[in-house]
Ligand binder design. Structure first.
Ligand code: UGA
Length: 432
């Protein structure tokens, strides 16, 4: 099939490459000429494991362009994968989606299904369809379908090729048939429902996962006070299939471009209808507090952090991505700087992005060892494999005062027993 994709961020580009892999002819559209040129050379503008390899293998069916008219004009299916960032009041900003709809309306010359992959508030597909039909420049039959995205950054390709489910929100048999044909090459359970339910499935899923994380973080904080171990507790809970063992890792809170935005967006919608989503509100509040846990711990070790050298391991919101959106490092580091700490930070891929926020205030290190040398404290914000592979002896021998505050529970507590390192993690006993 001839497919166009609007937007080449995580959702758009990964979708485009996977659809090309399934044998479709795919044109990816982006407004950024430089980005388009990079992709034409087979280079992915985002760091995502396996994406460039899959791009290379399917280049003959992939076109990258800024010329949306040529892409949309005769496409059988057009995916919208542009961003829906959070507005100041917590609601979703739909201006990029609306812009694409207007471009499709102005250029489309054949019947087409327009698929919304961007996360949009419930009811948006209906409004977009109306907007599109009203503005169509040519007499063609168009219909919108909701097909929310469930990929995670860092495992996006795997998540798309082997998704737990495909959710299709359609209002006609024709739209269902077209979408089933698009995904014919994938053997995944399909949930076919109406558009509003599909839109809700996306928010309800992300918000439930965020809730699960905030729940386990609250239990972890209590474990610390009561002498219980959160990892044992989570294992004991997770073996119950009704609870499940995923997303029960306690830490310094969820970040990224999705959970923070989608919890606030659903909360905003319920407020709009004079309702309050009490559980989601709690998840948001708990997460805001949880992000500060490490800095609070840091302050408890010294009277003042003035002039103290603080090694930071990991800047990104999670491993295998260079994305900093809502990363706990962006909350903690400014506070540490205000406290007068000297920060030496290491991250394998996040440094260039971080320099946009803090070009000079931080010392960026090429190696973990360099960051740790002579440090008075070490804070772990991201569970990178290189961090998890460290031995207590590395901290002990390099740091001036080996105190490790681990916001991601990277090591078994037992590893630090008798090591000469103070190891303080989340929801587990402190090793002194
Ligand atoms: C999330 C969802 O997992 C995807 O299913 C969804 O498609 C995506 O949002 C989206 O809406 O586009 P993502 O934000 O890439 O994916 O990352 P996750 O792996 O879900 O992690 C989000 C945050 O939760 C990270 O900061 C991570 O460190 C944190 N987390 C995750 C925990 O603190 N504990 C856990 O047990 C799991």
């Amino acid at each position: 099939m001839k497919i166009a994709i609007a937007g080449t961020g995580y959702v758009g580009l990964v979708t485009g490459v996977v659809l090309a892999h399934l044998g479709h002819n795919v044109t990816c559209v982006d407004v950024d000429e430089k980005k388009v040129e990079t992709m034409r050379q087979g280079i992915s503008p985002i760091y995502e494991p396996g994406l460039e390899e899959l791009m290379a293998a399917n280049m003959e069916r992939l076109t990258f362009t800024t010329d949306y008219a040529s892409a949309y004009r005769d496409a059988e299916v057009i995916y919208i994968g542009v961003g829906t960032p959070e507005k100041r009041d917590g609601s979703a900003n739909l201006s990029y989606v609306n812009q694409v709809i207007d471009q499709i309306a102005a250029t489309l010359e054949r019947d087409c299904i327009v698929v919304v992959k961007s996360t949009v508030p419930i009811g948006t597909n209906d409004k977009l369809e109306q907007r599109l039909r009203e503005k169509l420049a040519h007499p063609v039959a168009v219909e919108l379908a909701s097909n929310p995205e469930f990929l995670s950054q860092g495992t996006a390709v795997k998540d798309t090729l082997h998704a737990a489910r495909i959710v299709l929100g359609v209002e006609s048999q024709h739209a269902e048939e077209v979408m089933r044909a698009v995904y014919a090459g994938l053997d995944q359970p399909m949930v076919v429902t109406n558009r509003r339910s599909a839109e809700m499935i996306k928010y309800a899923s992300n918000d439930f996962l965020a809730l699960k994380i905030s729940y386990i973080n609250e239990i972890a904080n209590l474990c610390e006070l009561l002498g219980a171990d959160i990892q044992d507790v989570a294992r004991g809970m997770g073996l119950d299939p009704r609870i499940g063992n995923k997303f029960l890792n306690a830490g310094i809170g969820y970040g990224g471009s999705c959970f923070p935005k989608d919890t606030k967006a659903l909360h905003w919608v319920s407020n709009y209808y004079d309702r309050e989503l009490k559980t989601i509100k709690a998840a948001i509040e708990v997460n805001d507090q949880q992000k500060l846990v490490l800095v609070k711990k840091a302050r408890s070790y010294y009277d003042s952090l003035e002039g103290k050298k603080v090694a930071v391991l990991g800047l990104t919101f999670k491993p295998e991505t260079d994305d900093l959106r809502e990363a706990p490092s962006l909350v903690n580091i400014p506070i540490l700087l205000d406290d007068g700490a000297e920060i030496s930070a290491w991250d394998p891929v996040g440094v260039n992005n971080y320099k946009r926020f803090y070009p000079d205030e931080i010392t960026y290190c090429d190696t973990i060892e360099e960051a740790l040398r002579d440090a008075d404290l070490c804070l772990i914000f991201t569970e990178w494999a290189d961090v998890k592979a460290l031995e207590p002896e590395t901290f002990r021998s390099l740091m001036k005062n080996p105190i490790v505050l681990d916001g991601r529970n990277c090591f078994p507590v037992s590893k630090f027993a008798g090591s000469g390192v103070v190891y303080d993690s989340i929801g587990r006993a402190k090793v002194e």
